[in-house]
Design a protein around this ligand. Structure first.
Ligand code: TRP
Length: 453
């Protein structure tokens, strides 16, 4: 990154820098933990088909909209709306983002805490002959306990806090960008291993064979929520990144590359998990704990299980960290700008709120498991509210704003290859998606899920 004269904001000078940071935010637990369990509990192939359609028809246009608004205004979400539509309630969309980012940060940190538990447990877990049932019991005892899930959640948030406070996010992001290809390679190796399992074909059939009769309102809503969650869109994260992009960055290409890599990682995770699920006789509908039961069982059957386990959970921890850093920034910047708080106080406030809510999430697999709202534990409620409701709602408003409210000229200038060149032939389809496909599609899925259509 370097400073430019026309703006005090640092700017990514290379395309790789821009893409790598967007991918760093997008790739995380959403791909490796959330995608397999959501697909597993929503019928596999039917979910997958909807998810892919939503990535293309809703995801890529909304990433573009966030990049466009961010780079054009060179500011974060609430300020971008204030600059482009002063005196209107549009800046309220920013508040949806802040609420969603804090909710996500709290349950995400619980799962990131599980990766830390496994990272440390890897040293002792693979010494004796444990089988699938033992890993299931072990994990069950761990998450239903009173202390360990809480301690790991707090530890993860504390690490996050220190990184945010010392302003070393960029260093962590760079480290993660260097190590992400290693993660990718590791996933490919595990993929090959899973494909050699006895019931691999059953797993692949489950994931890739769409049974369209299984597409229910909850599958549609779940797949849409997963697309938004996985791409980090709907709450202004990508807008903040867009505000750092150089004028030469090709936004559409950057959005597409981010979506392709992110989806690629999710599909790899699916190819690893489902053959194993069927071969080990685990239920694909196990919910949020699915992946954490399957991976240790896979490692226990590999030569050098401890090595693979440590490497995998460390990389997963790092991938989670780059995602939570990007989420925390949203509310930290907001508290700093809106309430004129110092960075220290804004960070303390954000992490403090996330810690309190995170504790409730961590305990909702144990002491608080009977405390439910609309049939959901606190953990599931936070996940459902943010991913399935707030992110698509934010995305819908962002696409309406970009498609209908701001000057069309802004979109075509921002989407052109370079300021002087001819507009790309993709501009019209993107504008069409922003104006019609995304708002109408999201609204229909919402209405469908509450039973109006
Ligand atoms: N996309 C990330 C993941 O897959 C999570 C994430 C980071 C996120 N920033 C976000 C989700 C902003 C929604 C909005 O793990």
């Amino acid at each position: 990154m370097s400073k430019t004269n026309d703006t005090t904001r640092a700017i990514f000078t290379t395309r790789i820098g821009a893409v790598a940071t967007a991918v760093g935010s997008a790739v995380g637990l959403g791909n490796i933990w959330r995608f397999p369990f959501e697909a597993g509990s929503h019928g596999g192939g039917a979910f997958m088909a909807c998810y892919l359609v939503f990535i293309i028809a809703l995801g890529i246009p909304v990433i573009c909209a966030e990049f466009i608004l961010g780079r054009h205004t060179r500011s974060n979400e609430p300020r971008a709306f204030r600059t482009l539509a002063p005196g209107t309630p549009w800046h309220l969309v920013g508040y949806i983002g802040i609420l969603a980012s804090i909710l996500i940060l709290s349950f995400y940190s619980v799962v990131a805490g599980w990766t830390l538990e496994y990272l440390t447990a890897s040293f002792s877990m693979f010494t004796n002959d444990m089988d699938t049932a033992d890993y299931h019991t072990r994990f069950g005892q761990f998450i239903s306990g009173n202390w360990r899930p809480v301690i790991w959640t707090v530890t993860f948030l504390a690490i996050n806090f220190l990184i945010l406070l010392r302003g070393v996010q960029k260093g962590i992001e760079r480290l993660s960008n260097i190590l992400m290809p290693v993660m990718f390679l590791l996933l490919v190796i595990f993929c090959v291993n899973s494909l050699l399992m006895p019931k691999a074909s059953e797993g692949l059939y489950f994931l890739f064979h769409p049974d369209f009769s299984q597409i229910t309102p909850s599958v549609l809503l779940g797949a849409m929520g997963q697309a938004f969650f996985s791409l980090s869109i709907g709450l202004g994260c990508m807008m903040t990144y867009g505000s750092y992009f150089s004028p030469r960055t090709n936004l559409l290409r950057c959005a597409s590359v981010t979506a392709i890599l992110d989806t690629g990682v999710a599909i790899l995770a699916g190819i690893i998990i489902f053959p194993a699920v069927f071969s080990f006789g685990i239920s694909p509908e196990s919910g949020p704990t699915l992946v954490f039961e399957v991976f240790p069982t896979i490692f226990s059957q590999l030569h050098g299980g401890m090595f693979w386990s440590i490497l995998f959970f460390f990389l997963l921890f790092l991938a989670s960290l780059t995602s939570t850093i990007s989420m925390s920034e949203i509310s930290i910047t907001y508290f700093m700008e809106e309430y004129r708080l110092s960075r220290l106080r804004a960070t303390m406030l954000t992490i403090g709120i996330a810690t309190m809510l995170g504790l409730l999430c961590a305990l909702s697999f144990g002491p608080l498991r009977h405390f439910t709202v609309c049939g959901m534990t606190i953990f599931n409620l936070f996940d459902y509210l943010s991913s399935n409701i707030l992110l698509p709602l934010g995305g819908m408003l962002i696409s309406i704003f970009a498609g209908w409210i701001i000057d069309k000229h802004i979109i075509s200038t921002q989407l052109s290859e370079s300021p002087a060149s001819h507009p790309s032939r993709w501009i019209r389809p993107v504008i069409f998606c922003l104006r019609y496909v995304a708002p109408v599609g999201i609204a229909l899925i919402f209405m469908n899920s509450i039973g109006i259509i």
